[in-house]
Design a protein around this ligand. Structure first.
Ligand code: TPP
Ligand code: DXP
Ligand code: MG
Length: 643
């Protein structure tokens, strides 16, 4: 058995291999991916599907002079293996390890960072315009999947690229999958291109025959031209892309390295934008992933033998509780509709889809459309609930303001993955939604602290007559999950906080908090109160509107204040508290704000990163003791191992 991979520590080593050795290298890389990702977790299926494509690109091109831009970038592990980072995979997506996405700081071969979908063609156009001015780069390739192609931004870029005749190459990696089955008319169109290779032959014959027709008289010539265009339209491959001004090449077998490089050479000879339609199999070479590409899109540690997860079945996640509760509510209310932007499994909306397929909509990677379509659903009498990750909701911000809040639309936005998400790192942290949603008039915004409140808050948000936002974190829900019948769910009074530990006069400390930091704050306060301090805890429950009465009461009766939130501090919950104090002229003796400072939070385990930012019970206790001038007591009161 050869071992080409062991000799590859950079692109030059790859280029020394002959084309005939590259298939063996591909097998070795597949084995390497399975070996490593089965331990670290990561995006398995997408990377198994792009091994040959990546080898072909790097063997044919000269990166980093030639530029390769990865869309979403979750499929760029082979790119990282070939560009000198093979030995970093033991720490893939771990703290201080390499990112799961292209990252400029990691390598000159990572020309553009990624993580959010549908950005690659825009970046490629920008690079091509820079090359026109500075001429400091070679060929430019954008690799975009069929899922990412459902993102509107990709069409903005195709439109512009075709208009200016940008000299770029777009590789459409078509594996018929987004995370789940791909959706949309484009996806259907691609399948006709994929499945009718005869089209290519017929097109050639038709063109040959048409060109044989003698041009006689003006009328006949015009008719012939019209026939020619009509036939061209129906037979020419990739006409959609041709109409965007791209030269279409394909479909190309994305697992045949020689065929791929032949097409790269063909593309090189073409002036202007080229779209290479490459067909691959998501999960290629590993049957569990080939058979379940959605399940193996993003995985935790698993057993290679059968693909079974190494993680024991954990508690119900907030997403699961969301999906189950919404399904129960929808059984009692036919107006409730569920909307997702290509994330049915991640958001738990697939649970709703099974229960209410007639009121379930997956719009593809199109968060902007998801929000505004939901406002249309609402204006039509439905009660839309759009489930979108916090980080991806950033894509639909204008729509939240312009189409939902301004019109005071009765829409619920379930903001999933709100807070630290862990291994996906900077591009995926959900740490800005308080800050970008709190300023928006008409919006009500709440955050769940545990499984029970998650159900109550979803019920409250859906029944609230206007735009309501519920945010909750990634992963297992805190507290015990007891599925409630809809009849047992009660609406929470809008804007009403809850004193979990009562504020009396002359408190040593009151902790004001909301969402995922509530239970850790309660634990820290209990330790303090068991050690002679007077500590109160307020669960604000709503970031907007704030319960001004309780917060002012806390400020007036506490020597020290802590605010805690799993969010950036700027514009978040603590900002709201400070704004209130200033507006009401209430002095704050001493305050410590726990949250994320002016920085992006890198990848690492969720619990590890929360500890890093003192968002766990011990971290809150540590801050409390430093306020109480007893910082040294933290190890006594909460020894490290207790976490
Ligand atoms: C704006 C945005 N929305 C949603 C996602 C979540 N997401 C990551 S990969 C993916 C599917 C991508 O499908 P495709 O481009 O076909 O790549 P494949 O995994 O099939 O190789 C989605 C929806 C994202 N990264 N960015
Ligand atoms: C690549 C991408 O953006 C998604 O696959 C994302 O990683 C999903 O995140 P979760 O694992 O939190 O669902
Ligand atoms: Mg795909």
């Amino acid at each position: 058995m050869n071992n080409y991979l062991s000799g590859i520590n950079g692109i030059d080593d790859l280029k020394r291999l002959k084309a005939s050795q590259l298939d063996d290298l591909a097998s070795e890389i597949r084995e390497f991916l399975l070996e490593n990702i089965s331990k670290t977790g990561g995006h398995l299926a997408s990377n198994l599907g792009t091994v040959e494509l990546t080898i072909a690109l790097h063997h044919y091109l000269n990166s980093p002079t030639d530029k390769i831009i990865w869309d979403v970038g979750h499929q760029a592990y082979t790119h990282k293996i070939l560009t000198g980072r093979k030995n970093c995979f033991a720490n893939l997506r771990q703290k201080d390890g390499i990112s799961g996405y292209p990252k400029c700081a990691e390598s000159p071969h990572d020309i553009i960072g990624a993580g959010h979908s549908s950005t690659s063609i825009s970046a490629a156009v920008g690079l091509s315009l820079a090359r026109e001015n500075l001429d400091q780069m070679g060929d430019i390739y954008a690799v975009i999947g069929d899922g990412a192609l459902t993102g509107g931004m990709a069409f903005e870029a195709l439109n512009h690229a075709g208009h200016i005749g940008a000299d770029i190459n777009v590789i459409l990696n078509d594996n018929e999958m987004s995370i789940s089955n791909n959706v949309g008319a484009i996806s259907n169109y691609l399948s006709t291109l994929r499945n009718d290779p005869t089209l290519k032959k017929v097109k050639e014959d038709i063109e040959f025959l048409i060109n044989k027709i003698p041009k006689i008289g003006k009328t006949v010539t015009n008719t012939v031209d019209r026939v020619k265009n009509a036939l061209k339209y129906s037979f020419i491959q990739g006409v959609l892309f041709e109409e965007f001004g791209f030269n279409y090449l394909g479909p190309i077998n994305g697992h045949n390295i020689i065929e791929l490089m032949k097409h790269f050479k063909q593309a090189e000879a073409i002036e202007g934008p080229v779209l290479l339609h490459v067909v691959t199999k998501k999960g290629k070479g590993y049957p569990p992933a080939e058979n379940n590409p959605d399940k193996f899109h993003g995985v935790g540690a698993f057993n290679i033998k059968d693909g079974s997860s190494k993680k024991s079945k954990s508690k119900a996640s907030y997403s699961q509780i969301f999906g189950e509760t919404l399904s129960r509510m929808a059984a009692a209310d036919e107006k409730i509709a569920g909307i997702t932007a290509a994330m049915p499994s991640g958001t738990g909306m697939e649970i709703f889809a099974k229960a209410h397929p007639e009121r379930y909509y997956d719009v593809g990677i199109a968060e902007q459309h998801a929000i505004t379509m939901s406002t249309g659903l609402a204006r039509g009498g439905m009660k839309p609930v759009a489930a979108i990750y916090s980080t991806f909701l950033q894509r639909g911000y204008d729509q939240v303001i312009h189409d939902a809040a301004l019109q005071n639309i009765d829409l619920t936005i379930a903001v999933d993955r709100a807070g630290i998400v862990g291994n996906d790192g900077e591009t995926h942290q959900g740490l800005f939604d308080y800050s970008f949603l709190r300023p928006v008039p008409n919006l009500v915004m709440m955050a769940a602290k545990d499984a029970e409140q998650m159900q109550q808050m979803l019920y409250t948000a859906v029944n609230y007559q206007g735009p309501a936002v519920l945010r909750y974190p990634r992963g297992a829900a805190a507290g015990e999950y007891v599925p409630r019948n809809v009849s047992d769910l009660k609406e929470i009074e809008i804007g009403k906080a809850e004193e979990l530990i009562e504020i009396e006069t002359d408190m040593d400390l009151t902790i004001l908090t909301v969402g995922s930091t509530v239970l850790p704050a309660q634990k820290a306060a209990e330790v303090l109160n068991n050690n002679g301090y007077k500590t109160a805890v307020v669960d604000a429950r709503f970031i907007k509107p704030l319960d001004e009465e309780i917060i002012i009461k806390a400020l007036k009766n506490s020597k020290n204040i802590i605010t805690a939130e799993e969010q950036v501090l700027a514009g978040g919950f603590s900002s709201a508290v400070l704004e209130l104090a200033a507006d009401r002229g209430v002095a704050i003796n001493k305050i410590k704000r726990i949250g994320i400072g002016d920085e992006f939070v890198t990848h690492g385990g969720m619990d590890q990163m929360k500890k890093e930012y003192q968002l766990d019970a011990r971290g809150i206790l540590e801050n409390a003791l430093s306020l109480l001038s007893k910082a040294e007591e933290v190890n006594e009161l909460w020894p490290e191992k207790k976490d």
